[in-house]
Write a protein that binds this ligand. Structure first.
Ligand SMILES: Nc1ncnc2c1ncn2[C@@H]1O[C@H](COP(=O)(O)OP(=O)(O)O)[C@@H](O)[C@H]1O
Ligand SMILES: [Mg+2]
Length: 374
């Protein structure tokens, strides 16, 4: 059976235009259309709609979303608007809408929107995780790739990775991906994108239906093309697509890592054990994050290549850092590099190693995290 659609659009010309698009879309039937939301609330129920497209550029319609959600419990409410606005999107989702579509939309965008938002709805309660390292070679990209896979498997929800290590991003290499578009194009185009179109800039990871990657720049000099404000807007939009957004950052404090940490639900600081100086650097970096009044919940720490990788060592390291450690990962060079060479991840091919077990534990903690920041 076709999706039964009710269209509510205040502007007559747009109403005609969108009606034609819906009628021409295979698998969709336009059962009723209204210029006024109040009329749809009063008369629409007899049509038993599956989808309600609600124009939210008319101010009063935003306030009616909750009533629509109550009156049409079997329908998905998708808001339609001339422009994307992340604060507005978070409000409409809280009120009961499932998604957001920019008008005028094409048949293809309508089908994609229903495919993306129809089942689970826009990610209300999504979490963004920024991965920061005081210095390079911390094991950060290895961790993110494995953690993302673990989150995707355990939660069954959509997970997105953003490779924002602008000069030397190598997430594509880890997953063996050949991207058509990267963070450069996504941030360049963001003003014209909606969540649905942004999704197509993320490359799907083969055999992992719910994991996608926005790959890094193709050349180090392209880093300059990424505007910080556009980057922030893009991350917020990605939160409406993915339940978990993991951001790989360049090492050190720089405009992009600071921006990502400021907007993320949680920032993890990562260092790889080698000699001891890394702990000194980490302690100094933790001091900087203490400027956040809520740093204790917003900042986590992870140490990689810890040996021996046990609770006594963890306690010892915590006492040096004077800060709790969220996870420790053992020295598993052969496993992580052999896996990444094949575009596979250690948590997938060797789920019973200590490395995989510790990453899976961290992913349980993240799934249990409270709160969201748009
Ligand atoms: N837990 C680990 N044990 C041993 N070697 C590791 C571990 N994690 C990563 N590595 C290795 O360390 C190097 C840097 O890792 P990578 O994830 O690229 O770090 P970064 O993204 O911080 O530069 C790679 O050669 C990787 O294989
Ligand atoms: Mg890296």
């Amino acid at each position: 059976m076709d999706y039964q659609v009710i269209l509510i659009e205040n502007n007559r010309v747009m109403l005609e235009r969108l009606s034609t698009v819906i009628q021409r879309t295979k698998g969709f039937s336009l059962v009723a259309r209204y210029q006024r939301a109040g009329d749809a609330l009063g008369q629409g129920a007899v049509f038993k709609p599956h989808i309600i497209l609600l124009d939210i550029d008319v101010g009063e319609n935003r306030g009616l979303i909750h009533e629509f959600a109550e009156a049409f419990q079997n329908a998905a409410i998708l808001c339609i608007s001339n422009h994307w606005d992340s604060d507005g999107a978070s409000e409409v989702v809280k009120a009961g809408a499932k998604g957001y579509l920019i008008k005028p939309f094409s048949s293809e965008e309508l089908v994609d929107a229903v495919g993306t938002f129809g089942k689970s709805g826009m990610a209300f309660g999504s979490k963004s995780l920024a991965f920061f390292s005081p210095k390079g070679k911390s094991g950060k990209t290895t961790l993110i790739a494995n953690l993302a896979l673990s989150l995707a498997q355990k939660s069954g929800e959509p997970v997105g990775i953003i490779d924002a290590d602008l000069q030397f991003g190598d997430m594509a290499v880890f997953f063996n991906l050949t991207p058509k578009s990267t963070i450069v194009e996504a941030t360049r185009d963001i003003k014209f994108l909606s969540p649905i179109t942004l999704n197509s800039y993320f490359v799907p990871v083969p055999e992992m239906e719910n994991l996608r990657v926005l790959c890094g720049t193709r050349k180090p000099e392209y880093a300059e093309l990424v505007n910080i404000q556009s980057f922030e807007e893009m991350v917020r939009m990605a939160l409406s697509l993915y339940r978990y957004v993991l951001i790989d950052l360049p090492p050190g404090f720089n405009p992009i890592s600071v921006a990502a940490a400021e907007l993320a639900t949680k920032t993890y600081m990562i260092a790889m054990m080698s000699g001891g100086f890394e702990l000194v650097h980490m302690r100094r970096a933790i001091e900087i994050f203490k400027a956040w009044p809520d740093f204790k919940t917003r900042l986590g720490t992870i140490l990689t290549r810890v040996s021996p990788c046990n609770s006594a060592e963890r306690k010892r390291l915590e006492s040096i850092l004077e800060y709790p450690i969220s996870a420790i990962l053992p020295n598993e060079y052969i496993l992580v590099s052999a896996a990444a060479n094949k575009g596979r991840m250690a948590v997938d091919i060797q789920p019973n190693t200590e490395l995989s077990i510790n990453i899976n534990k961290l992913s349980d903690d993240i799934i249990g995290l409270q709160g969201m920041r748009w």
